[in-house]
Ligand binder design. Structure first.
Ligand SMILES: [Zn+2]
Length: 455
């Protein structure tokens, strides 16, 4: 019997999170024999009265746990919290090897040190290395670019064909680590035939292509140069490329740097230890030392770019931070993608900062320097053309960006029945049918909302 196209063979793709809500990314690929998971991230609940400030959302693991006898691997695309943040909670429920590139592997190990479990099987995989998983799956990483080094797409070989799962990406022409996206490798897969492209779709509404991460550094330079007071830069604590640029610009402009925020400090340490950050000696110092310098020589990297009320930035704004209080003459640069749903609290925090006399610059609002870690329409189309997949499933998007992605695809002769805009929990099933592979939504996994409080 031909196992590959055998009678009962099917492939299920089930987003457990990450659809419409952007965060909490977790995706299941499943055959009758084996199951692999891609990513395991956290989400941030919308701010509501009465909710504890340190509450996080985690994906509903029930479906995966119910089928754990065939679970072979958790494969990680990159080291952002919304892709790795829930791993400790997951590994406490099930033992499974975690595959990740070098930097995300380091960040995951650090996370596990803090939140356990103690014993975990983390396997570092480089791009181009093929890994076999159970009977039915194997995968290799294909290097892409984003706002953190070691961002990978996954080429997952299944009995019914190859899936290209991009995770978050943009196509940066001048990445800081000079390692370009391996679009050619995706083209190679495309020539041989790709069944499904599960593609980042978050910025599909924006025309053209996403500017290089380097632009952020130029903007930092431009804005910081004009400032005489202290400079505060806030970003995702795992945006290693931006951390590097802020440090470089500070160095060039005669400012020392300090870090404020536990996760920011940890990620900095891991990335520096693994050689992903180049920082000269004495350029980064502790809070107390920095405070003694003239204000024009201070740059503070601070977590809290999403307006979280328990963050270091919120405390520096509203009082309660041990070392800093932002006020008159200070500049605050917001340098991160805004996670949909956080608009109000970011706006409130910025109003409070302005009220305290600080100048606030929100990079996403400056039209000529829009820079996102995610591809714009043209980048997404380049991916679409490279993969030439039979079927498309936009992932990691909002309720407006996913249909927008479908619109782009229709411009490349994709019929509606080959584009699946899924909701979390919907089962997209592929199966052999009259000499081809057909696809349909074959059911739904019931998902509940799960939250944890982080200390
Ligand atoms: Zn990301």
């Amino acid at each position: 019997m031909n196992k590959g196209m055998g009678g009962n063979m099917s492939l299920k793709f089930i987003p457990i999170g990450g659809m419409g809500e952007v965060t909490k990314n977790m995706y299941v690929y499943e055959t009758p024999n084996d199951m692999v998971i891609v990513d395991c991230g956290i989400g941030f609940p919308p701010e509501e009265e009465g909710l504890p400030e340190n509450m996080l959302l985690i994906p509903d693991f029930s479906y995966v746990l119910a089928h754990q006898n065939k679970l072979r691997a958790l494969i990680i695309t990159h080291g952002h919290e919304d892709h790795i943040g829930a791993i400790p909670y997951f590994l406490k429920k099930v033992r499974v090897p975690v595959y990740a590139a070098r930097l995300p592997a380091g960040l995951i190990r650090e996370k596990l040190k803090e939140r356990g479990p103690k014993k975990a099987d983390i396997k570092e995989v480089g791009d181009g290395q093929r890994v076999k998983l159970g009977r039915d799956f194997s995968f290799e990483y294909i290097r892409l670019t984003h706002s953190i080094p070691d961002t990978m797409a996954i080429a997952l070989t299944t009995p019914l064909g190859v899936v290209i799962h991009t995770g978050d990406f943009k196509l940066d022409p001048t990445p800081l680590d000079r390692r370009l996206a391996q679009l050619g490798k995706i083209e190679e897969y495309g020539r041989r035939g790709v069944l499904l492209l599960a593609s980042d779709s978050l910025r599909s509404e924006r025309e053209g292509s996403s500017p290089s991460e380097r632009i952020v550094g130029e903007t930092f330079f431009h804005e910081i140069q004009k400032t005489k007071g202290r400079v505060f830069v806030t970003m995702f604590s795992s945006d290693v490329s931006r951390i590097q640029q802020a440090i470089d610009v500070a160095d060039a402009l005669g400012r020392k740097v300090t870090l404020a925020g536990l996760s920011l400090e940890k990620n900095f340490q891991v990335a520096r230890d693994l050689g992903y950050l180049a920082v000269s000696k004495n350029q980064v110092i502790d809070n107390a030392k920095l405070k003694k310098l003239p204000v024009s020589e201070q740059l503070i990297l601070v977590s809290g770019s999403q307006g979280q009320s328990n963050s270091a930035l919120a405390k520096m704004t509203r009082g309660g931070h041990r070392s800093f209080k932002i006020g008159q003459g200070d500049l605050v640069l917001f340098s991160s993608d805004l996670i949909p749903g956080n608009e109000d609290r970011v706006r409130n925090l910025q109003e409070d900062l302005r009220g305290a006399g600080a100048k606030v610059i929100y990079l996403e609002e400056i039209p000529e320097i829009h820079v996102s870690g995610h591809g714009y329409a043209e980048d997404l189309v380049r991916m679409l053309r490279a993969a030439q997949a039979q079927y498309l499933a936009p992932i990691g998007g909002t309720p407006t960006s996913m249909p927008e992605y479908a619109k782009l695809a229709r411009g490349f002769n994709y019929r509606d029945d080959h584009i699946f805009i899924l909701e979390s929990g919907q089962i997209l099933e592929f199966y052999p049918f009259e000499n081809r592979i057909a696809a349909r939504i074959s059911g739904r996994v019931n998902l509940r909302e799960f939250s944890v409080t982080q200390d």
